[in-house]
Ligand binder design. Sequence first.
Ligand SMILES: Nc1ncnc2c1ncn2[C@@H]1O[C@H](COP(=O)(O)OP(=O)(O)OP(=O)(O)O)[C@@H](O)[C@H]1O
Ligand SMILES: [Mg+2]
Length: 469
Amino acid sequence: MIDTPCRLQGATQCRSPKIMKKQHILLIDDDESTLSMLSKFFLRQSAFVLEESDGTHALQILQEDVFDVVITDLMLGSVTGIDILKKVKEVAPHTEVIIITGNSSVDSAVQAMKQGAFDYITKPIDLTELNLVVQKAYERQRLVAEVKNLRSQVNDLFKFDNIVATSPAMQKLLAMVRRVARSTSTVLIEGESGTGKEVIAHAIYNYSLRSDGPFVAINCGALPETLLESELFGYVKGAFTGANLTKKGLFEEAHGGTIFLDEIGETSPAFQVKLLRVLQENEIRRVGDTKDIVIDVRVLASSNVPIKQLVDEGRFRQDLYFRLNVIPLYIPPIAERREDILPLALFFVERYCKRTNRSLIGLSRDAMHKLELYDWPGNVRELENTIERAMILAETDEVTADDILLENYNGKKAQSYNFSHMTLRDLERRHIEEMLIHCGWNQREAAKRLSIGYNTLWRKIKEYGLERA
Ligand SMILES: Nc1ncnc2c1ncn2[C@@H]1O[C@H](COP(=O)(O)OP(=O)(O)OP(=O)(O)O)[C@@H](O)[C@H]1O
Ligand SMILES: [Mg+2]
C-alpha cells in the first residue's frame, strides 16, 4: 500500500524560514556629529536608522511612522526630549524611548524616566553602554509581544472556532449551545470523562450576555463537604476554628457572571439541600452568618455520571436534579461520533505545532487508521494526550502509526491521565515504559527510538525501577 501523508492546509505558513526582524531606530539630536556617529554605529548593527536634527520635524516623523526605539537628546532647542517622549507614548506606546543627556540635566532625565522613558545615558556617549540599553529595550518589546500572544492564545482556546464539531451530534450540540448561551437558565452538561464538558461550559459563558462578568469554576468532587460549603458560600469571622477573617464565597465572587459547578454529582445530599435553596431563592448565606445576601449568578453544572441514574440510586436529590436540568446538554463519547476523531487529531497536531513553533507535521494513512479504529475510553482528553506524545516521538515530519501509543492497546488497562498533573519526570518515566512495551522490551531498539544511548536507557530503567510485566 502506498502511504500518502496527509498535510494540513496552511503548511507553507509554518515552513517559512525564520527571518530576523530588522529593528527601526529613530535618532534625534541637534548635533550633527553625534547624529552621524550614532547612525553609523546602529547601521553596522543592521538596524534601519533614520536621523533627524530638528525637533519639530521629528514630531512629524513620529506621527507618520512607527519605530522600535527612539533615541533622543534632551535639549533640542524649542522642542525638548520630553516633548518627543510624550508624542511617542501618545502615538506608539510600545516604542521605547532612550534619552541622551548632558551631565547638568540628569534631573530632567530622571523626570523623563518617570514619564515612561526606557532609560537615559549621559554624555559623552559610551556606545557599548548605549547598545546595551537598546538591546534591553528590544528584549522588553519581545517579552511584551510574547505575553500578548500568549494571552490571545488563552482566549482563543475557548472560542467557538476552537471547538471541533464535525459529527452531526456535535453540530446539533453547538447549535443548542448558541441558543442557550443567551438565556440565563441553568444548564446541566453531562458526558463521560474527557468529552469536553468544561469546554462547552466556557463556550456558553463566552457567548452569553454575561461574558464581561466573571466566570468562576469549582470542582465539587475535589473538596470535602465543609470546605466546599465555605468555598462556595464564604464565611464570617469566628464561624469555625481558623476563620480569622470574613471571606466572600465563590457565589459572591461570581456576582453578575457565571459559576460552573463541575462534577456536581459527587456532592452529598446535605449539601444538595443548601444548593437547592440558593438556586430557588437567589440568595446565599455565609457560613456562621445570620443574614442572606442576594446574588445574581448564572449556574452551569456538569457530571460525568448521568444524574438521573444517581437519583434512581438515591444518591442525588430529585428536586435539585429538576432545578438543574432546565436545559440538559449531553456530550456523546467519541466512540459514538467517530467523524470527530480525525478533525480533532488534526486540530491538536496543528495546535501543538503552533505552540512549539514546529513546522507542520502530517499524519500518515496508517496513523489515521489507528486513531479511527480505537475506542478512546478517555475521550477527547485521551486523544489530545496521545497526539501530543506522538508529536514528541515523531522522528520525521510525519506521524506514523508507531508513534501513536495507545493506553490500553493489546488489552492493557486504560488509565486516563492528565498532563497537567504530571511532572516532566513522570512523563519521562511513562514514555520510556511505553516505548519498552512497544518494542517488546528490546532495549537496543527502544534506546534507538528514544534517541538516547543504550547505557542511558539502562540507567533510567534502574532509576525508575521499570520492570517487564
Ligand atoms: N470538541 C472539542 N474540540 C477541541 N478540543 C476539545 C473538544 N472537546 C474537548 N476538548 C479538549 O479535550 C480536553 C478535555 O476536555 P474537558 O476538560 O472539557 O473535558 P471534561 O468533560 O470536562 O472532562 P472531565 O470529566 O474529566 O472533567 C481539553 O483539553 C479540551 O480542550
Ligand atoms: Mg471537566
